[in-house]
Design a protein. Sequence first.
Length: 495
Amino acid sequence: MNGSADLMSQTVDLAGPGVTAETPSPHGKASDPTRLTARLRWLLAVVLIADILDLLDSTITNIAAPSIVRDIGGGQSLIKWLGASYALAMGVFLVVGGRLGDRYGKRRLFLIGISGFTLASAMCGLSVDPAMIIVGRFIQGSFGALLIPQGITILMAAFSREQIPRAFAAFGPAMGLSAVLGPIVAGFIITANLAGLDWRPIFLINIVLGTTGLVAALILLPHDKPVSQERIDALGSGLLGTTMLALIFGLIQGSTSGWTALPVVSLIAGVLLFVGFGLRQARAANPLIVPSLLKNRGFTSGLLLGLFMFASVSGLAYVISLFFQLVLHLTPSQAALGLAPMAAGIVVAAIVCRPLLRRLGRTLVVIGLAASLIGTVALWLTVLAEGSEVTAWMTIPAILILGIGMGTCFTATFDVALGDVAHQEAGSASGALSAVQQLAAAIGSAVVTTVFFSIAATHGGVSAMTVSVLVVAAIIVLCLGLVWLLPRAAAVEVW
């Protein structure tokens, strides 16, 4: 994730004196080598706060979008950009964020990231027009991309090999709980209309959380030195960023305002820029993606599968929320509860599937895709059969199965894609996969909502929902074809 494979196995003591794998007890016997000191627990808490902030803000607009549009305008275009702008910035700058941490120090980049994220959250919460909140969301994602890679590598360096499994065991439950409670809490906050602020507190609360995290980071984060003097491929980063911006802008602008010259030219420019990005990666001294990775069939297949899978299910989750609120006229809190089975399924699958990953490998990805397809088809049949009489309660079984499939795929796909990657390529590979996951969220929210609104304009919300679900089902079938190109076994965890 941070673009530096060697950091995954470092046990350098950055946490200060006294942090060792074993500390003698007062009685002269070695204490439990997995025990975490109070300082390490607080350090872990700081990193968790940063990751939770990112996860919450990547999903809350799925619930909040209709309320935001009703307040400041922007229509369909703003609904599409709210999620896309955040994920676009996160995906484009994620690998660069890891490289910057290597070059200028992880503590420094962490502090810059959490400060900028907090200020950008305030900008979102105080937005008075669509342009302001879209820019705020983009800035949020940009600083989040500086913040997130640093936390993981700080923990990897500060914790001993024996302590790492215990530390990382906290991530699953914390992230899972955030995924379940985040949209639900956001929905209830909006419905409660605290101090008459409507949707704004879902962003303004980050001022409190971010400031707390910043103060704690200043106190607890270990001082470190740069571990690399490699130059950042600024040209490659710029080409990747403008590629994705041109493609997503063209898609959103064309589907919202008509296919005039501007969106068509934007899409053509995006394709040409992507070609330029590929050529740059083949020639750059320090490419964002190691060229040899693109010759690895298993890795490139995983990259494509992850792109299609994450784009389709992220877009579908967004469309389900819009369907609940714009077609079924549920409140934000009711819509959030309607999506809760999906989040619960993701968490359950992640917990159950992780121990099975080494034994099942690629088969686990097949199981996840099959469950996702079953859930998608069940949702399509439910909406098709009930029409305008469908309720959120009727969709619970399908959404739960879909969530289980998503959680299984999230757990297994990238680990399997890394199965044939050489150790020296692991940092670049994991960073590329993480970036693709974020870019897929941006693409998915733009594409699937485009399908939804295009059909809704002429055939109504129920037809729009059924067509959108069918499009996602077709993409999952495509993924089932790609999965057989993946390595059979998952990558072996270094710790």
